[in-house]
Design a protein. Structure first.
Length: 88
């Protein structure tokens, strides 16, 4: 999982299993003390899921979790993938 700045803004990107393409996911971003800073939904495409975050979230982000969600209820349906953030 990588957090990076692009021309379009700050992006959190998770690499996912290719067989998950088309699945809806929720990405939650946390600071170093475990406070949730941001959440966003994405669709896995090409084995990756991306969300944009604000400058404040970008500066304070420490780790993120990716939840695969049920399209109807947005409840988690699989194990969480958690990654520390590496900033490029």
């Amino acid at each position: 999982m990588v957090l990076y700045a692009s021309n379009e803004g700050n992006v959190i990107s998770f690499r996912c299993e290719d067989d998950l393409d088309g699945r809806t996911v929720m990405i939650a971003v946390y600071d170093g003390s475990g406070k949730m800073l941001n959440t966003g939904t994405a669709t896995i495409s090409g084995g990756e899921a991306h969300i944009g975050v604000s400058d404040n979230v970008y500066r304070n982000a420490d780790n993120a979790k990716l939840f695969i969600v049920d399209d109807d209820s947005f409840a988690p349906t699989a194990n969480v993938q958690e990654q520390e953030i590496s900033k490029e």
